[in-house]
Design a protein around this ligand. Structure first.
Ligand code: ATP
Ligand code: MG
Length: 564
């Protein structure tokens, strides 16, 4: 990956300043801390590129740490999927793979330290009572009646919490900070809660008390020697608690928390909880459904890791909330594929053509270039035969003068082939066109003979040599640019786009595509960019996913009909 010449965002400025002050002895350690309660999405990619990018640019390292303190929502499938996705994006954590659960024993000892310093206490209030006592943004809270327990009583109760003597919710361990603080996060936050009967994917049944995120996170960072703990803006109000924890336990260092604004992307949701709902409720086929904004969905759709990294670079890192246009992401993959994807021909809505003056048993091998700007991709042969398919859209019985494709009695050039003329239109009883009879001009292969005026060039596939395929056309998952906005928390599902997947069967693809490997990407000329599906490999008929259209047709549409 290219190195950054000059700091181009506020976090890099902080890092450069710290380096010039020789803070942390010039070390840079970042971390990416996913909770394994779902698959990673494009928002996580922003955080991954930022954290691993900084480590790469400043000869530091970036830890992959699973923030696994909430076992009933987490599992090993997610742990594996997250590692696969980070690697696929092109990043390497080396030996630095950690689990917050690795620190459970140490976290317990630090909690004992807080109790001994009279900075934590066991509280017997119910969850509801704790909420009432905590007060509101406009009202100070009231101290818990259990706040002044003796050190010894607290130590005893905390130990018995660990030993499983109390039921879920019966007691919690709380920090003793300030119940009147204007910052709600400092009003004696809960540090530990009791959870029986869950099997943790790493620690099994060893624990029945689990530390809270706000307590676990700063200590995990410090134990790993993280220097810059970069997180999203919603944690800004938690920073005083982050610092309080580190100031009150004997950790080896005090990392700096820095917040940036999270990525929001138009026409989709980036929340694991909501994405999980879409999966669980069957609105999509799974976490890797090509319509999902997950890394696995984008990969299956045909996005390249390079395009996603490019996107994360373009959107930048700031502190202001915003929603990124989906066209920005689509342009990244379009540019990548335009430069790199081999060209092929595929007919999505086949209409048969019989070329009457071409011998029935003849197969002529025509030369086709694989990439117009990249000669190194070479050429391939495509068979030309008496019967071919063109797209129904490329023929009109009658058409306006501007129509550059085939019309009754008119001529068109077949891509890499001859000029043909439409002599006869055959219809069925319902008046539907079922095939065309054409003739070809044998003198028109290659360069146009002088003076010959053909209006257009269309793509085609040999009927006898082409291969049948299923083609899936994906559109936006939601038909609203900000599915969450102004809606109740779960109403976003009513904004799902019912036409987000259109499946075309019995499409025809040129024979060279029969050798494609799952994940291979192509430009189907005049149609779009497609990827051979990686999940449907055992089907008889190959399945191609549309990655993106050739041009940003939505931008044009939205100018005409702005989305409301
Ligand atoms: P979600 O709301 O999707 O569950 P999360 O923040 O709870 O996201 P985590 O697994 O805790 O998910 O996230 C791991 C890291 O990724 C955190 O540092 C978090 O700040 C960052 N992150 C999550 N979502 C985004 C986003 N949309 N943009 C940028 N960073 C994000
Ligand atoms: Mg989270």
């Amino acid at each position: 990956m290219e190195t950054i010449q000059r700091p181009n965002n506020f976090i890099l400025h902080i890092i450069e300043q710290d380096l010039s002050d020789n803070k942390n002895n010039g070390r840079i350690v970042t971390r990416f801390p996913p909770e394994p309660n779902g698959y990673l999405h494009i928002g996580h990619a922003k955080s991954i590129c930022l954290n691993f990018g900084i480590a790469g640019d400043y000869q530091g390292n970036c830890n992959l740490r699973f923030d696994d303190t909430n076992p009933h929502k987490e599992n090993a499938e997610f742990v594996d999927a997250i590692q696969k996705d980070v690697q696929w994006l092109g990043f390497d954590w080396g030996d630095h793979l950690y689990f917050a659960s690795d620190y459970f024993e140490k976290l317990y000892e630090f909690a004992v330290e807080l109790i001994n310093k009279q900075k934590a206490y066991v509280c017997d209030l119910t969850a509801e009572e704790i909420r009432e006592y905590r007060g509101t943004l406009t009202q100070p809270g009231a101290n818990s009646p259990y706040r002044e327990r003796s050190i010894n009583e607290n130590l005893d109760l905390f130990k018995r919490m660990r030993n499983g003597e109390f039921a879920d919710g019966e007691r919690v361990l709380r920090a003793k900070i300030d119940i009147t603080s204007p910052n709600m996060n400092l009003r004696d936050p809960t540090l530990y809660r009791i959870r029986h009967g869950v099997i943790h994917h790493q620690t099994g049944e060893a624990w029945c008390i689990y530390p809270m995120y706000d307590y676990t996170h700063p200590i995990s960072d410090a134990l790993e020697g993280v220097t810059h703990s970069i997180c999203t803006l919603e944690f800004e109000d938690h920073r005083p608690l982050y610092d309080w924890v580190l100031d009150n336990v004997s950790v080896p260092c005090h990392p700096q928390q820095i917040e940036f604004s999270r990525l929001n992307l138009e026409y989709t949701v980036v929340s694991k909880r909501k994405l999980n709902q879409l999966v669980e409720e069957g609105h999509v086929e799974g976490w890797d459904d090509p319509r999902m904004p997950t890394i696995s969905g984008l990969r299956r759709r045909g996005y390249t890791a390079a395009a996603i990294r490019d996107f994360c670079g373009r959107i930048g890192v700031t502190k202001s909330d915003n929603v990124v246009e989906i066209g920005v992401l689509e342009n990244c993959i379009r540019e990548d594929l335009n430069a790199n994807a081999s060209r092929r021909m595929a007919v999505l809505h086949p209409l048969k053509i019989i070329i009457d003056n071409f011998p029935a048993d003849k197969v002529e091998e025509l030369d086709a270039i694989n990439h117009p700007q990249d000669p190194s991709q070479g050429i391939r042969k495509i068979p030309f035969t008496r019967e071919i398919f063109i797209d129904r859209e490329d023929f009109r019985e009658e058409a306006p003068r501007k129509y550059k494709r085939l019309v009754s009695g008119g001529e068109v050039r077949l891509r890499y082939g001859y000029v043909i003329r439409c002599d006869e239109v055959v219809k069925n009883n319902q008046g539907e066109i079922i095939e065309l009879h054409c003739s070809y001009d044998a003198s028109t292969l290659g360069a146009d003979p002088e003076g010959r005026k053909v209006k257009g060039v269309i793509h085609w596939v040999s009927a006898s040599h082409g291969v049948e395929a299923e083609i899936r056309l994906y559109d936006r998952l939601f038909n609203h640019p900000t599915p969450n906005q102004g809606a109740g928390d779960n109403d976003y599902r009513e904004r799902l786009n019912p036409d987000s997947l259109r499946t075309l069967t019995r499409c025809r693809i040129e024979p060279a595509l029969a050798d494609a490997m799952p994940g291979d990407r192509f430009q189907f000329e005049r149609v779009g960019y497609f990827c051979l599906d990686q999940a449907m490999v055992s089907t008889d008929v190959p399945v191609f996913n549309r990655i993106v259209t050739l041009r940003d047709t939505w931008a044009k549409l939205e100018k005409q009909h702005p989305a409301g």
